[in-house]
Design a protein around this ligand. Sequence first.
Ligand code: AMP
Ligand code: ZN
Length: 112
Amino acid sequence: MSADCIFCKIVNGTIPSKKIYEDDDVIAFNDINPSAKVHFLIVPKVHIDSLATCEPQHQSLLGKMLLLAPKLANEQGLAGFKTLINTGVDGGQEVFHIHLHVLGGGIKLPKA
Ligand code: AMP
Ligand code: ZN
């Protein structure tokens, strides 16, 4: 938990979110400013600044986040989807609590 982290506050319920999934390790909720018809974020409950500060101990957590993407995308009615992890200011990261974007349906992002 990082005191001034917006996603830690969503994890502990201080800030509301449109939650679509939760278990002991991760939470997923709709992005407040969606770039597609469906746009949600998969967020670990533990505070990790970014992909660049992940360590070997986070390997299974990162794998869990990735494996959740197709499951939740399917539940949201998506036949296909895009995943994205912005890392660092130069990578477009704005919230420094690692998260996996999952987008589908009318994606308003340049094709990578
Ligand atoms: P990034 O640029 O990868 O750090 O993405 C941060 C994402 O968090 C952006 O797409 C924001 O729209 C989203 N976001 C910021 N605050 C909230 C919030 N309170 N609830 C849901 N999504 C949020
Ligand atoms: Zn945090």
